[in-house]
Design a protein around this ligand. Structure first.
Ligand code: ADP
Length: 446
């Protein structure tokens, strides 16, 4: 086992990793920007190193600063959290070149899955069902029109280097293709430095269902069921639940096996998520995330596992403790993402938290790095807390969520808490009757 690891992240996820490491007897090193000197992850880690100014480009995304912090402190491994450098294959390569260990998959696996076209090709070859679409990049309007005719409208044009829900354009019919295609390419170029786009059939009313997988890097892998993350705004998830309200044990087992076998066959190491759109009983692969997801706690709740400890163990070369036979779904879990944002426009709302009270009780988990008097800096994303509830079934989990939200106090800044209070009285939410467009359409009406 490692003696000391460095966490190349901030906020709640840095705390999440520090907590796991502490319980394993592993020393922790936090890194932080000058804007985060008073942050909770800095206080909770055994050591902390300032790696640069507020701008993440010069701090949390600075590979030389992070590698130096490892060398100065003697940390043997780096946990990247999510976001920032977590899916940067160059970072992983540099870590390996410095004889350090990356807590996650290999640079090669990150690279394959980071490019959406290669990811899709790889998954198709591994037997994972994909959305019908162009075989690869589409670089001319002529080809785009031709492929769109074959697949049928509506069509979605996606940037190969895209991410975070950006870089997608929909063409409802041929007349919209020219505009959509040209805009998609130019936006892909300006946002991701790569104009390459590809085409997919646009699915009308799918749910977003993702499968959690975990591999040991030596040809063994397990699946830990699904999460339904269909409630999204601007392709950003806001409410996630596990199990999915429309997924039964048989469906779970079938798709889970396909995913676990796919990652096992490429010797994938660590946690990964295979994301699908799910419509009319069919799964369509959209992308794989080669890291821990924001919403991993709902999976931890229903399977009773600690995914971060498992990541650390596997990275240290110890055998994976998860076995498919032992992984059994227990109850229902829901996560809501509490952002410092002002409704109804969800505009970021940094500032000082004047009062904070965390909910508690059976089946309640709050992953957050805020505290009374904490000043949320304006430089980073607006997630300030994840409230996770776990109960024996879905109705009980919804009641528990309502109860816990009632206890949670965050004063001084606007937050998305009122959104969840309203959602919990919606019939469709109570029945689990929603798809990826439900939230935006509801927000448009309310
Ligand atoms: P990103 O990496 O930017 O998150 P994804 O490929 O995962 O991109 O897609 C993000 C979201 O965009 C999906 O959750 C879904 O809401 C929507 N989307 C992507 N592909 C399609 C498609 N073929 N049809 C309908 N919606 C899609």
């Amino acid at each position: 086992m490692f003696e000391k690891i460095l966490i190349a992240n901030r906020g709640e996820i840095a705390l999440r990793v520090i907590r796991a490491a502490k319980e394993m007897g592993v020393q922790t090193v936090a890194v932080h920007s000058t804007a985060d000197s008073d942050a909770m992850h800095v206080r909770m880690a055994d050591e902390a190193i300032c790696i640069g100014p507020p701008s993440s480009n010069k701090s949390y995304l600075s590979i030389p600063a992070i590698i130096s912090a490892c060398e100065v402190t003697g940390a043997q491994a780096i946990h990247p959290g999510y976001g920032f450098l977590s899916e940067n294959s160059k970072f992983v390569q540099i870590i390996e070149d410095h004889d350090l260990k990356f807590i996650g998959p290999t640079a090669q696996h990150i690279q394959i899955m980071g490019d959406k076209i290669t990811a899709k090709e790889t998954m198709r070859e591994l037997g994972v069902p994909c959305v019908p679409g162009s075989p690869g990049e589409v670089d001319t309007l002529e080809l785009a029109n031709q492929i769109a005719e074959e697949i049928g409208y509506p069509i979605i044009i996606k940037a190969t280097a895209g991410g975070g829900g950006r870089g997608m354009k929909v063409a409802a019919s041929k007349s919209e293709m020219s505009d959509a295609f040209t805009t998609a390419r130019s936006e892909a170029n300006s946002n991701f430095g790569n104009p390459a786009v590809y085409l997919e059939k646009y699915l009308g009313t799918p749910r977003h269902i993702e499968i959690q997988v975990f591999g040991d890097g030596a040809g063994n892998a397990v699946y830990l069921g699904e999460r339904d993350c269909s409630l999204q705004r601007r392709h950003q998830k806001v409410f996630e639940e596990a199990p999915g309200p429309t997924i039964d044990a048989g469906i779970r087992q079938n798709i889970g096996k396909v995913c676990a076998e796919a990652v096992a066959s490429i010797n994938y190491a660590g946690a990964g998520t295979i994301e699908f759109l799910y419509e009319n009983g069919e799964f369509y692969f959209i992308e794989m995330n080669t890291r821990l997801q924001v919403e991993h706690p709902i999976t931890e709740a229903i399977y009773g596992v600690d995914l971060v400890k498992e990541q650390i163990r596997v990275a240290a070369g110890l055998p994976m403790q998860l076995t498919q036979e032992k992984l059994k779904v227990n109850g229902h879990a829901i996560e809501v993402r509490i952002n410092a944002e002002k409704l109804p426009n969800f505009s970021p709302c940094p500032g000082k938290i004047t009062q904070f009270h965390a909910p508690g009780g059976l089946g309640v988990r709050l992953d957050s790095a805020i505290y009374d008097g904490y000043v949320i800096p304006p430089y980073y994303d607006s997630l300030i807390a994840k409230l996770i509830v776990h109960a024996e079934d879905r109705p009980a989990a919804l009641s528990r969520l309502k109860r816990a939200l009632g206890e949670l106090i965050v004063d001084g800044v606007d937050t998305t808490i009122p959104l969840f209070n309203s959602l919990l009285s919606e019939e469709d939410i109570i029945k689990g009757n929603y798809n990826i467009h439900w939230l935006e359409s509801w927000l448009g009406k309310s």
